[in-house]
Design a protein around this ligand. Sequence first.
Ligand code: ADP
Length: 489
Amino acid sequence: MTQTPDTNPARGAVEVVQGLRRAGVNWSKLPAAERARRMKEAGRILLAEADALARIVSEETHKPLAESYSSEVLGVADLFAYWCERGPELLKPRKGLVPMLDMPGKKARVERQPRGVVALITPWNYPVAIPMRTIVPALLAGNTVALKPSEFTPRCAAWLVERLRASLGPVVDILLGAGEAGAALVEAGPDMVVFTGSTRTGRKVAVACAERGIPCECELGGKDCAIVLDDADVDRAAAGIAWGVLTNAGQNCAGVERVAVHARIADRLTRALVARFEAAAADIPALVTPAQRQIVAAHIQQALDAGGRVLTGGLPADPAAPIPPTLLADVPRDCPAWTDESFGPIAVLVVADDDEALIEAANDTRFGLGASVWSGDAQRAEALGARLRTGMLWINNHSFTGALPDLPWAGTGDSGTGVTNSPEALMHMTRPRLIVVDASKAIEPWWYPYGDRMLDLMKAAVERQRLGGIANTLKALKALKARNDELKS
Ligand code: ADP
């Protein structure tokens, strides 16, 4: 494995990309079913050490062990199971349609080719689940992968890559270091970049990719809103939203950061949410980095300075103490707690008098990752949800689908337009390659010389498509025959 020399990440990055490109020659030639077989075995070996993996996750991120299992290790098991089962089928060539009448004798197929070396730049909040949701399908599709994990969670990544290399060979490698290592990796010229992280860094990565013509998928931040309608099951909504806000201490791109509730049930929901937040306090770990704690603390402080109220939680007197589950109300909409991603165990509650005002509040963000609508009437919730500008909409739940490999994780706006998980993501990790085999012996009617009949034929063909019907088809066939006779003469 290559690790970045502190002084020269660029050299390390070039070595990583070159090594992977060499390894990719044989790996990409294997039938997908064989890659799936080897990967299934690699997953089995890796997961035999599930306890060790969960422990490293908890040590690096402070997650409770149960959450390291539920949100990271279990996800890995699901990824191997899904992709090794479904991948080969999804990668099968598609038979392309060549019109038999106009273009006889031709067979087309569209294969999915691996892109080559996929550079994967990842954050610290899910140091196993986020890299693996790309590594598994990318390898399965015949790519090789260069992982640049967050500088705050290098151990999880190194552990994963070491085990995958032991099973699969040098088809995956790691480049350790901070932002400059990520930048060097992009500069080293991989064939695709998959980035998960902040909007600010994602933009930089996307620009660097654009300058080099490298396809780039960015999954960025979020400011998800949970809308609670007046017919919602208040207790269940409060329990689900509390989990949506607090899971992973809120360090979740699709964490609920805003709750918009109908005035008619606002008091009941507030009481239930406060109770759920307080009951969860013991399970909420400290944030992964001190810098993140500072951001969250500043969001709370600025909200209070602007007239916001703490419904539960708030800033601890000890500046080093973990931030408890915090629910804020009356926060002006120009405060960072409303405009920016907080990425902590806090949410802002807003009360609205009708459905229109609820939608307006939820859409009042530049982000567009997820949203949820909580209601006793799924149809009403879905109709309302259709007006929300997000990549994901959950009715009566929130964000749990990130762990489901078949479902796309996708956003819009400042959340980025990248897609991870799902067959849709597999399409991005591969490129279509068209192969056409022509068994025709004839000179094609569109070849030279054009003569007089070529234009007649093209006009007749357009008319046939425009108007349809047997008469126009016959006219087109007659024009084709005339053109073929002309070519023979
Ligand atoms: P966060 O992890 O807090 O969301 P970032 O978006 O800055 O923060 O980081 C996400 C990943 O991007 C990390 O692995 C980080 O090291 C990497 N990174 C930071 N700056 C750059 C850059 N200019 N080019 C490529 N990768 C970068």
